[in-house]
Design a protein around this ligand. Sequence first.
Ligand SMILES: Cc1ncc(C[n+]2csc(CCOP(=O)(O)OP(=O)(O)O)c2C)c(N)n1
Ligand SMILES: [Mg+2]
Length: 588
Amino acid sequence: MAGTVADQLIAQLVAVGVRRIYGIVGDSLNPISDAVRRTGGSAKGGIDWIHVRNEEAAAFMASADAQMSGELAVCAGSCGPGNLHLINGLYDAHRSRARVLAIAAHIPSSMVGSDYFQETHPDRLFVECSGYCELVSTAAQAPGVVGSAIRHSLAGEGVSVVTISGDIAELDAEGTAPVIARTAPPELVPAERDVRALAEALDRADTVAFFVGEGGRGSHDEIVELAGLLGAPIGHSLRGKDAIQYDNPYDVGMTGLLGYGAAHAGIHDADVLVLLGTDFPYPQFLPDGEKVLIAQVDSDASVIGRRAEVQLAVHGEVGPTVRRLLELVSPKKGKKSRKFLEKTLKKHDELMSGTVGAYTKRADELRPIHPEHAADLLDQVAADDAIFTADTGMQNVWSARYLTPNGRRRIFGSYLHGSMANALPHAVGAQYAHPGRQVVAMAGDGGLAMLMGELVTVAAYQVPVKIVVFNNSTLGLVKLEMLVDGMPDFGVDVPMVDYAAVAQALGIHAVRVEDPKRLRRAYEEALAHPGPALVDVVTDPRALSLPPTISGEQVKGFALAMSKVVMNGGAGEAVAMARSNLRNVPRP
Ligand SMILES: Cc1ncc(C[n+]2csc(CCOP(=O)(O)OP(=O)(O)O)c2C)c(N)n1
Ligand SMILES: [Mg+2]
């Protein structure tokens, strides 16, 4: 092809539908960004350059863009520190198997191995957070490597990284780019023998429970139907929430440290527990394999049995497995299964009104605003097809408990990598993937501060995301972790920051809300605003949710920590505590 290696690379991306690249230009990357410029942008069938403030955010944006669109999304960084910044966002993308291609520009090819200025080795560095990671050393090699990188990501292997020196990108292109054949996603049907074994075990059991994860997405109706036949309560993981919780009479909530409702009881008290498309990482929240017969259905056989003692393994997708089970199992008519379901659902109702619902009394009078109230109100006013992103921290708890999925809404975060600061850049990527939809970032004050520069990106491109800051002036989730472990909280509190003022300085519609009575109006105005908007909600740092099933040790820890806090003279209001903690910080 005529043009440079960079032109050829960009043409390959255009050919598979890429319309934007998130990144920061610089030295070694300039030949590639210049090739982007020459395409004339997406309006002319080319690619837009989305100029971010930190490459980490570029990778988060690409991660969300790919996850929300199912298409290839691209980010890029210049050599050394430029692409090093990508790494945390790429971990997030790779662990979620997002179809992300990262371009890691490299120092001059003749200098590699000489400890040159800014030298790193991206082709080694990114191996752990990618499924394909290669260095382009010659022009002839480039189209093949770029083609493979695209193919590996589209095949579902997660992140691909192409490392290329600026001088190689400037060479005349050689060879022709391979055609990338797009296929419809296949269905992984399990072996009949395995599904039959599971069906027989389900028939033999008096009581059955389901625990559904991300792998259940798209199979909602079949799972609910099967649960109805078997009298099985359905618990879910955080990623499974928006896929299974709606229109589900058997819903018993979420398990885990952030969980709520009766999921924990449901999955521990059944004769058979079926894990459907979940690699839920905390074995301590799963039952003992000697007490409960555990079955696991997953499209990735390598995850089956790694968290729990699984006795029945089914390698296949949830959809075809459950559809076959519907043909094989006998409906449970016995008293035991009906009673078990009724008991678990009742317990769920009690727990929900006791923990999740209880805050509502006087919630619209309490100052600082209760984060539960802030989340619940947001749920009420947000669009039916809103996309919510949640920062890692207490936002995971509030979003899991108070957002109501309906089959059209999406709720997601850095659920597998668990990085802070994901909500804002994830929201930007989701907004580019779905320009017409309402995208709401639920940000922690710690999370927002960590990648706050991206407010500049939002303002510069007028990305119409809505940012709700749960501003409790503390690293709330860590405060909770410390208290549960019996440590007085330490190193978590931060001075009060007026994030609305920060956003206003950038020309973003922003309002700070301290009075709970003004919150609904503030949300409604922000959501109705055509451009970007931020609502800085001053929330109560004492709102420390406890897991629904908290161990004796944890209760002891919490009590011990609280008594230490009291004895150290920091008793009383957490706000006062925060101030006194900050007074003890040594000044430089
Ligand atoms: C990059 C990164 N650093 C540190 C952590 C550990 N961590 C998890 S949640 C959290 C606190 C989050 O605070 P904030 O965003 O204010 O949310 P809050 O819990 O207060 O609502 C920290 C420090 C992490 N997960 N990721
Ligand atoms: Mg906070």
